[in-house]
Design a protein around this ligand. Sequence first.
Ligand SMILES: Nc1ncnc2c1ncn2[C@@H]1O[C@H](COP(=O)(O)OP(=O)(O)OP(=O)(O)O)[C@@H](O)[C@H]1O
Length: 253
Amino acid sequence: MRVVIRDVTVAFGRTEVLREVDLDVPDGSMTAIVGPNGSGKSTLLRVIYGGLRPDRGTVHIGDTDVLAASPRRVAALRGVVPQQQPAAGGLRVADVVATARQHRWYERETAADVDAIGSAMKRCGAAHLLHRRFDSLSGGERQRVLLARALAQGAPVLLLDEPTNHLDPGAQLELLAIVRSLETTRIIVLHDLDHALTHADQVTVLHEGRVLASGEPEQALSPGTVRAAFGLHSAIAPHPLTGRPHLTCALPE
Ligand SMILES: Nc1ncnc2c1ncn2[C@@H]1O[C@H](COP(=O)(O)OP(=O)(O)OP(=O)(O)O)[C@@H](O)[C@H]1O
């Protein structure tokens, strides 16, 4: 399902943290949002998932106007992998993931719920964790479970806020490979520019709340844009192991 954002502006007090942001995410594609700390990435994600009302602008998921639709309708359209891992208060993983399928508190889990949860857990390599306590898991295991929870929801759009945070290098690449393999529309906030270049279909670079560049990864992450956004030198060259384009950065001399 397509996501279209037009002219989104958000101010906290007198400070505008998003300014006239436009974004087009085609159906089934993966868009990475990158930018320095404080550039507005998480705020933009919150606006898209209906957690924050912008001062101006529009957000559509498919034909649904996110700012006009009921919270229930919006919730059915998007799964979210949040930046902050939730406190689970002793809940088992199975219960945490089941919250994605909750209809009404008094309704029992259906066979379709059990299937959706099982296949999401398997897809995320987390099936063996189902009966553990969520707070007993490592950061990487929790992240897999939270991705599984978002997938189990079966929403057409998936929003991920820095899902590779706190993961070791192998776990980061494994998680990105899972996200890459999905068919849903995905919007993912990333800090690693090479991950954005390698895994996303398109990249949007935010700087001081504005879109500095947006489009094909190699074009959006050009040396000029990386310098303007991050103050870094950068180059895109074949990766010595894979031969695919690889982005490296360095502080200016
Ligand atoms: N509720 C709020 N009240 C006031 N300012 C806020 C609020 N939420 C975010 N901000 C400010 O908005 C700006 C953008 O924050 P945001 O979290 O969107 O940035 P980010 O690009 O995701 O940063 P990071 O890479 O550090 O996670 C920051 O200056 C932040 O301090």
